[in-house]
Structures are given as C-alpha cells and as structure tokens.
Design a protein around this ligand. Structure first.
Ligand SMILES: NC(=O)c1ccc[n+]([C@@H]2O[C@H](COP(=O)([O-])OP(=O)(O)OC[C@H]3O[C@@H](n4cnc5c(N)ncnc54)[C@H](O)[C@@H]3O)[C@@H](O)[C@H]2O)c1
Length: 429
C-alpha cells in the first residue's frame, strides 16, 4: 500500500518506519525543511531506542521518504494518517489548529478513487467529523474518502515494541470500507482489535490515558497517607496490587505524571466534560494530587537540604526518552531556582532539549558523578536504569553531605541508612 503520514514526531515517525518495514511505500510530510533534510539523511531527530536503525534501513530500501509537499504524496496514497500535535490551549482544550490546517491540505490533494483519512493524533469527540466536513467541502470532484479514528497507544521509550505488539488496535469509523482497509493494513501487527464508531474510538483514547493518570495520582494519594502514618507506600501498593482485579501496573508513587500526553489528555477530558455538563470532580482531583506530589518533594528539599547546591539526576519526563514536555524534573528545578538553589544536572539523553527550551540557569554536566561532586545533596528526578545500581559509596564520597532526595523510590530506605545516607523518598519513612 502507499501511505502518507503527516507529522514526524514520536507517533508519526515510529508509525512510518514500522509500516515501511512491512513493505509499504511511506511518505512523511513535515513543515520544516531543515528537519526534512535531517530525516532524509537518516537522523530521526528524536531519541527513541531502535528508531535510527529502522529509519536508516527503510531509507536504504527506498520505502520511506520525507517531504514538505502535500500534493504528490497524498495524490498517490491509499491511506493518509494525521499524526500532528494537539497541545493544550490555556483553557485546557486540545489545540486542533494543526489538525484543521492539515485536513484542508489533504482535501486539495486526494487521488481519484478511494482514500482513507485516519487520525492518530489524540483529538476530542467530534473532531473526526470536523475533518470529514472540511475534506468534503474542499475536495475535488471524483475523489472519494472516508475518515477513521485510529488512536495511538505507543509509549515513548518502548515505542517500536508497542507499535509492533500493542495490547489493542482501535479502529473507529462510520465506513465499513475504511474499516476494512485499516484492518488489512494492521494485519502484521499483534494485539486485540476493537472495531467501533468514531465517537467511541475518540473516547477510548482519552479514557485510557485518564485512567492511567488516575492510578498514578491514587498511588501518590496513598503515599501522602504513608508519610503521615509511617506506612511504606511500596509495600502497601504491593499488597493492593496482588489483587488481580487491581494489579500493580501504574500504581507508581513519585513525582506525578508528566510528558506530552497524560497532562494534556486529562485536561482535555476535563474540558470536554465541562462542555458536556458532566461532573468532572474526579479528574480535577487527579490533577490536584499530581501537582501536590511535586510540591511535596519541593518542600522536602527546602526543609532538609543542608545547602543550596543540588545535583539533579534525570530531566526527561520518564526514562528512555529525550522528551521533556511537562517533565516533573523541570517544574521542580524551576521552583528551586526561584528559591535560590543552584542546580547541576545530568541526563543521559535529554540535556540538549532542556538547553534549548528551559529559561533558568542550570549547570549541565557529562555524568552522574560530576553532578554530585561538591553538591550539597542529590535529587533523583527520573529513574534511568543507570542510576539504579550506581556506586553509592562513590556518590557519598563526592557529595558534600550524604543527602539524597529520591523522587522515584529507586533505592531501599534500609540500605541507604546502612550506607550512612539521609534518604528522603516518596511515601516511605
Ligand atoms: N508521544 C506519545 O507518546 C503519544 C502517544 C500516543 C498518542 N500521541 C498523540 O499523537 C499526536 C502526536 O504526538 P507526538 O508526540 O508525535 O507529537 P510531536 O510534537 O512529537 O510531533 C508532532 C508532529 O506534527 C508536525 N506538524 C505540526 N503541524 C504540522 C503541519 N501543519 N504540517 C505538517 N506537520 C505538522 C510537527 O512538525 C511534528 O513532526 C498527539 O495528538 C499526541 O497526543 C502521542
């Protein structure tokens, strides 16, 4: 099949490389010449394990190409995927301007015959109908199309694995023909299928991210109880999670959820609920607890740090990605800087992105040990694997005082005590 993918971010590029690898001809449309040049030369721009190799393999096989042009690729395609960003507006609603712009462009270039236009971007209820209206109004005679919602569930850091072996593929459309085309396209991919209508597909995505965010906030709520009572949140959640009805997945106490999806998708579901007159107090509480989780760590650092020079390990919103959107680390660093703290930070892959967009003054260093050298305390903000079995005696010898604030509970409190650290983690005394 010939496929066009509009957008080459975490979703677009991964999807493009995977479908190209199955033997499809894939065109990817972007809107910055410099990025298109880099992609055509084999540089994925973003960091995602295994992506560079897959991109280069499919470029060599001439199954994938990147362009600014809409007309030619779309006029040759059986399927067009929209994967552009849908960031939050100030009022929490999803900003659909890129989706709308792209829908106009697609309408102008559809081929004679049938095309499926499928939105992978996370969009509020009714957006696919809007895309359909725009295309219908602006398409040329003789072109036929149907829209389909195919929401994406990949996780940054494991995006390739998630795309090849997802838990489920959701295909929502009012057109049987579009459903059939997408069912066929996804044949080499694992996971269960949910074939449904547009509204259900759109809602499945927001409901999925919101329940995961709710689990994280619930775990943090329990950590607040533990800190007040002497309970150990990890043990409590182990006990809870052994109930197969609940499970332990995503019961992660820590600094709260971040990234480009959960914060904006909870906000968008809230905004959708408010517009529909649905009671959204559960989602409001999820957001409030998420903020409180970060505030609690800031309070601990201000109260217990022996000095104002803090080493920070980890800047990305989670390990194995360079994505720093809504990263708890940056929220906390920003507030600490305002309180007069000096920050020396290390992250295995995200430092370049922070340098480009973070306004405050951070001293970036090349490894974990350099960060802690002569710092008053260490704050662990992201649980990269390389921090988990580090030489803690060396860390202790380099720090001015043996004080660690662990926002991700990566060490055992008892071990840290035995090693002579003052160790402040989340929901554990
Ligand atoms: N990142 C994730 O883990 C993830 C997972 C599931 C779903 N999603 C959803 O998928 C969508 C994309 O997310 P992402 O993380 O890939 O975003 P991203 O910011 O990494 O990428 C967005 C892409 O859209 C392109 N773009 C924007 N406007 C354009 C235009 N007018 N013409 C052509 N290209 C344009 C940008 O250049 C960029 O390549 C969002 O709706 C997001 O919520 C993301």
């Amino acid at each position: 099949m010939t496929i066009t993918i509009v957008g080459h971010g975490y979703v677009g590029l991964v999807t493009a490389c995977v479908f190209a690898d199955f033997g499809n001809q894939v065109n990817v449309i972007g809107h910055t010449q410099e990025k298109i040049n880099r992609l055509n030369s084999g540089d994925p721009i973003i960091y995602e394990p295994g992506l560079k190799e897959l991109l280069q393999k499919n470029l060599s096989a001439k199954r994938i190409n990147f362009t600014l042009d809409f007309e030619k690729p779309i006029s040759e395609s059986d399927i067009v995927f929209i994967t552009v960003g849908t960031p939050p507006k100030i009022n929490g609603e999803a900003d659909l301007s890129a989706v709308i712009t792209v829908a106009h462009e697609i309408a102008k270039s559809l081929k004679k015959g049938f095309t499926v236009v499928s939105c992978k971007s996370t969009v509020p209820l009714g957006t696919n109908k809007k895309i359909e209206e725009i295309i219908n109004k602006n398409k040329s005679a003789g072109t036929e199309f149907a829209v389909a919602s195919c929401p994406e569930f990949l996780r940054e850091g494991t995006a390739l694995k998630d795309t090849l072996l997802p838990d489920r593929i959701i295909i929502g459309s009012e057109s049987d023909k579009a459903k059939e085309v997408l069912i066929n396209l996804h044949k080499p991919i694992g996971g269960k299928r949910v074939i449904t209508n547009l509204a259900s597909a759109e809602l499945i995505k927001y409901a999925s991210n919101s329940i995961l965010a709710t689990k994280i906030s619930f775990a943090n709520l329990i950590s607040f109880y533990c800190e007040k009572t002497g309970g150990d949140v990890e043990t409590v959640l182990d006990g809870v999670g052994l109930d197969h009805r609940t499970g332990r997945n995503f019961l992660f106490p820590g600094l709260g959820y971040g990234g480009s999806c959960f914060p904006k998708d909870v906000k968008a579901l809230l905004a959708i609920g408010n517009n529909l007159g649905v009671d959204t107090s559960l989602l409001k509480a999820v957001e409030e607890i998420n903020k409180q989780a970060k505030e609690n760590m800031i309070e601990k650092i201000i109260k217990f740090s022996p000095g104002k020079n803090i080493a920070v390990w980890g800047l990305s919103f989670k390990p194995d990605t360079d994505d720093i959107r809504e990263a708890p680390a940056l929220y906390i660093i920003n507030l600490l800087i305002k309180k007069g703290f000096g920050i020396k930070a290390f992250d295995p892959v995200a430092m370049e992105n922070v340098k480009k967009s973070f306004k405050g003054n951070i001293n970036f260093v090349n490894d974990q040990y350099e960060a802690v050298k002569d710092s008053d305390a260490l704050f662990i903000a992201t649980e990269w694997n390389e921090f988990k079995q580090i030489d803690l005696n060396k860390v202790k010898s380099l720090l001015k005082s043996p004080v660690i604030f662990d926002g991700r509970n990566i060490y055992e409190p008892i071990t840290m005590k035995e090693l002579g650290f003052k160790y402040y983690s989340v929901g554990r005394i």
